[in-house]
Design a protein around this ligand. Structure first.
Ligand code: SAM
Ligand code: SF4
Length: 314
């Protein structure tokens, strides 16, 4: 359905947990976070009801995210439930990849059609540094398992961090040479842990075009501007929420693990869905879609959202 600005809202990003097995420095505090109580978190049944209500309001695509979705108990049931909901045409999942080797085959069977894997560096030492807990080999194993399970066109998400991984841009682009993957560079957004970071760490995605001048425009895919190096099998996506924000074409809403609907990632507005059922639930989703703000002002100010990314589902 259309919001009040005429945008057709068809994409739900669903956070199934705010827990994570990593502690990426820009996303989570080193000591982790207090666990929501069992009663606070959406149950599998409640998730099913919300996805069904959203589908009745025109949502066609669900991205399962978190926190880390693969640490959520019942994740396969959640995927299956989303994929079998009437009106939902596509279920995709964003993961840090650490547990993907265990789950890739089952995810595919559960009806997940694509996985996005987050990887901010290709170097083992730097991976440990930025994630504080992770081993990069687990992610590489996860990528291999995803390919073996039949996931086509893997997407690799790297958040650009000045002074940390901008020197690796050519290495990331080189991954697209022999494989049909999409490497996506995402601008770091000043939200949560990194809200107070030095300006030098926030670099515009055009840095990628400067680092690899051979990249040629190749259209768009959702909110990503696509580029290719001639002759390479894969592509490179630039996602620029700050330098050229895409609010005018934003077609998404978000639901947090504790059942709040956020019409905009960077607005403080939240609508409580937990506890609502049937027509009441549908009416709340409908009203939330209608109330989606026209845009955010991230290029001028910090996010107004009171939550960090791991609490919203990036
Ligand atoms: N744990 C999963 C993962 O890392 O893929 C899913 C949740 S994570 C919050 C989703 C994505 O948000 C990741 O690609 C992560 O790098 C990104 N992210 C987290 N904080 C961010 C920030 N401040 N700016 C831009 N992207 C961010
Ligand atoms: Fe966890 Fe994803 Fe946040 Fe990293 S970015 S701490 S993997 S939720």
């Amino acid at each position: 359905m259309n919001d009040n600005c005429g945008r057709n809202i068809r994409y739900l990003r669903l956070s199934v947990t705010d827990l994570c097995n990593l502690r990426c420095a820009y996303c989570m505090p080193a000591e982790g976070v207090e666990k929501l109580s069992h009663g606070e978190i959406l149950s599998v049944e409640e998730i099913g009801e919300i996805v069904a209500a959203a589908a009745e309001c025109g949502i066609e695509k669900v991205r399962i995210t978190g926190g880390e979705p693969l640490v959520r108990r019942g994740i396969m049931e959640i995927c299956r439930l989303c994929a079998s909901t009437r009106g939902i045409k596509e279920v995709v999942l964003t993961t840090n990849g650490v547990r993907l080797a265990e789950w890739a085959g089952q995810l595919r069977e559960a009806g997940v059609s694509r996985v996005n894997i987050s990887l901010d560096t290709l170097k083992a030492g730097k991976y440990k540094e930025i994630t504080r807990l992770g081993s990069i080999d687990d992610v590489f194993r996860g990528m291999d398992a995803a390919k073996a399970a039949g996931f086509e066109k893997l997407k690799l998400n790297a958040v650009l961090i000045g002074g940390f991984n901008d020197d690796e841009i050519p290495d990331f682009v080189a991954l697209t040479r022999d494989e049909d993957i999409e490497v996506r560079f995402i601008e770091l957004m000043p939200i949560g842990e990194c809200a107070g970071w030095d300006k030098s760490r926030f670099i515009a995605s055009d840095a990628v075009l400067k680092a690899v001048p051979e990249l040629e425009p190749a259209g768009a895919s959702g909110v990503a501007r696509l580029y290719k190096v001639r002759g390479h099998k894969g592509s490179v996506g630039l996602i620029s929420p700050i330098s050229s924000h895409f609010c005018s074409v934003c077609d998404r809403i978000r639901v947090t693990a504790d059942g709040r609907l956020k019409p905009c990632l960077h607005s403080a507005e939240e609508i409580k869905l937990k506890g609502l059922h049937g027509e009441e639930l549908k009416a709340a989703v409908e009203a939330a879609i209608k109330s989606k703000p026209k845009g955010h002002r991230l290029n001028q100010a910090a996010s107004e959202s009171a939550r960090s990314m791991f609490r919203i589902g990036g």
